[in-house]
Design a protein around this ligand. Structure first.
Ligand code: KIV
Ligand code: ZN
Length: 562
């Protein structure tokens, strides 16, 4: 880059001794407040209309958000009307509090009180900017000047709210020293303390002190230091709920929020998928799901993430990125072969061990927890490893291929992927499997057969097999005996030309549930002349027939090879 960096003033870290936040962990969900309908909406090229806002509002309620900033009712007629519709249209459940934002200016405060009439639970959120830069270039005032703006507003709001409270409204207050992160911490404490007093906050009736990173300008650990310092210094800490409102200018909104929670914050203002001014507000979904994957109940329901994504895209007319955590189209897809192998092994481990924990490498979360399907987890391309195709066969079609068979089938799929030069979808993998193994019925085919089983007085079984085989155009009969159907069949064909094989391995399992259940058998034979190994697969409703078909499948594949 051309030099230019010299014009930026580096952030000055807050000196703090004995910081405690790095030793903490997040153990419970914060109070969530959605600012989608205000901060998110104001940042849209095409802001939401009434219908869209209502749909969005109801989705937030379904998710379980209990505090929702519905807008800026004094800013425009549309915003005012939407606030009235929410209240008069009976859209607000009794356990949900609406929040309205207003600048610390008298006429706007009065208009906002008009807008909230008749609401049951309201957070009256007022703000003014307090940062060094804004004091210098926008307001041309000092700390006393911005403190006076905040305190005057607090006194007016307190006074105007008394009638509404007397009439039964559950009204709480929220104050934001906008651009908190650019304010000297001692000044931020002084201003916030003055507001706490002016609004008569008590430990029983706390004020929400919302400390925004209006423009994210420092590292998350530096923000946590500032916050810990602020909280320690605030004289009326017990009269305040400390709230965060992170933006994402440095791309670290989530980390800032998480470290802010460690530093003592109790509440978070966020938006779905991080919509909001510039690079957005912090993403509520990522925050909540990050907690979820650490064994903490986020108290929000994202179990049908696609529904929420669809609503979001419809209402905001903005796409959710393919790599957006927990929701993007590709976030449950493994392209790398080694990742696919590990996922496959993790899935098998979970099945065989019966573990109660999620222990699958490369998948930080069970896709099913957010309503996503396993189907798109693995795509097979020429870079995929041997386990990927086997994984698809297991997960999508119920075929649990023996481990020793994975390399053989993986190579078949990779060859096809190389040939066509693109990914092989799951259905095509199945078709390849079918063609390669199950349809391997040339030149040998079993036309008809019968078994006769006798059990001797010691309980040993003796099976006699008799059958008619076809080899290209000729048919011939074979018979043999053994201690089971496979043994008897294998002995029956031993005398024939197909005899030059050694039987090495056999597995079988059911592939469908219920009475129409099918069995699949996998047989491994070794060609004695070449030493090469061949898997064969047979499927049948009859458990005795599937392995016979599997033997012939292996034999036919060997013949085809020659
Ligand atoms: O980002 C911000 O500072 C805001 C305030 C109004 C809370 O949105
Ligand atoms: Zn904001």
């Amino acid at each position: 880059m051309k030099p230019g960096y010299q014009k930026y003033i580096p952030f000055q870290p807050q000196p703090i001794r004995g910081r405690t936040w790095p030793d903490k962990v997040i153990t419970k969900a914060p109070i969530w407040c959605s600012v989608d309908l205000r901060d998110g909406n104001q940042a849209l090229v095409d802001p939401m209309n009434l219908q869209e806002k209502l749909e969005y509002f109801h989705t937030l309620i379904d998710i379980g958000v209990k505090e929702i900033e519905i807008g800026f009712p004094s800013a425009s007629e549309t915003e005012y009307e939407i606030c009235r519709e929410l209240i008069e249209g009976g859209h607000i459940p009794d356990d949900v509090t609406i929040q309205v934002l207003v600048q610390a200016r008298e006429h706007l405060i009065k208009k906002t009180f008009e807008a909230i009439q008749g609401a049951k639970h309201v957070i009256f959120h007022f703000y003014n900017s307090t940062s060094t830069l804004q004091r210098k270039v926008v307001f041309h005032t000092d700390v006393e000047g911005v403190k006076k703006i905040a305190v005057d507003a607090a006194e007016l709001i307190y006074e105007l709210s008394q009638d509404a409270i007397a009439a039964g409204m559950d009204l709480r207050y929220e104050y934001s020293p906008e651009s908190f992160m650019g304010t000297e911490m001692d000044a931020a404490v002084e201003i916030c303390q003055a507001v706490v007093e002016a609004i008569h906050a008590t430990p029983e009736k706390k004020i929400i002190l919302n400390l925004p990173t209006t423009v994210e300008n420092c590292m998350p650990n530096q923000f946590a230091d500032m916050l810990e310092y602020f909280i320690r210094k605030l004289p009326s800490r017990d009269c305040a709920i400390i709230s965060l409102h992170p933006h994402n200018d440095r791309g670290t909104g989530v980390a800032t929020t998480e470290m802010g929670l460690l530093a003592g914050a109790e509440r978070v203002e966020a938006t779905l998928f991080g919509n909001g001014e510039r690079t957005g507000n912090v993403d509520m979904v990522t925050l909540a799901m990050n907690m979820y994957t650490q064994g903490v109940d986020p108290k929000l329901d994202f179990s049908d993430i696609n529904r929420i994504k669809n609503m979001y895209e419809r209402c905001t007319k903005m796409p959710v990125g393919d790599r957006q955590p927990y929701v993007g189209k590709l976030v449950f897809t493994a392209f790398s072969g080694s990742h696919q192998d590990a996922i496959n092994k993790g899935t098998q481990y979970m099945k065989s061990s019966g573990t109660e924990y999620w222990e699958i490498p490369y998948l930080p979360i069970d896709p099913a927890d957010v309503g996503r399907e396993y189907e798109p987890i693995i795509r097979i391309n020429s870079q995929s490893g041997k386990g990927g195709a086997a994984y698809i066969m297991d997960h999508d079609f119920g075929y649990e291929l023996p481990k020793a068979m994975h390399p053989e089938f993986g190579a078949i799929v990779q060859k096809e992927s190389d040939r066509v030069g693109k990914e092989i979808p799951a259905q095509q993998i199945y078709e390849l499997f079918h063609k390669e193994y199950i349809e391997a019925n040339e030149p040998y085919k079993l036309l008809k057969h019968s078994f006769q089983e006798t059990i001797d007085e010691e309980g040993h079984s003796h099976v006699a097999f008799q059958g008619t085989l076809q080899h290209t155009d000729t048919t011939f009969t074979v018979s043999g005996e053994g201690n089971g159907p496979i043994d008897a069949f294998f002995n029956a064909i031993k005398g024939e030309k197909i005899s030059r094989f050694t039987f090495l391995d056999y597995r079988s399992h059911a592939i469908t549930d219920g009475s129409d259940s099918q069995g699949v058998a996998y047989i491994l034979l070794q060609d004695q002349r070449t030493g090469r190994l061949y898997w064969g697969v047979g499927v049948s409703h009859n458990i005795n027939l599937a392995p016979l078909r599997a033997i012939l499948s292996a034999v036919n594949r060997a013949k085809r090879d020659r």
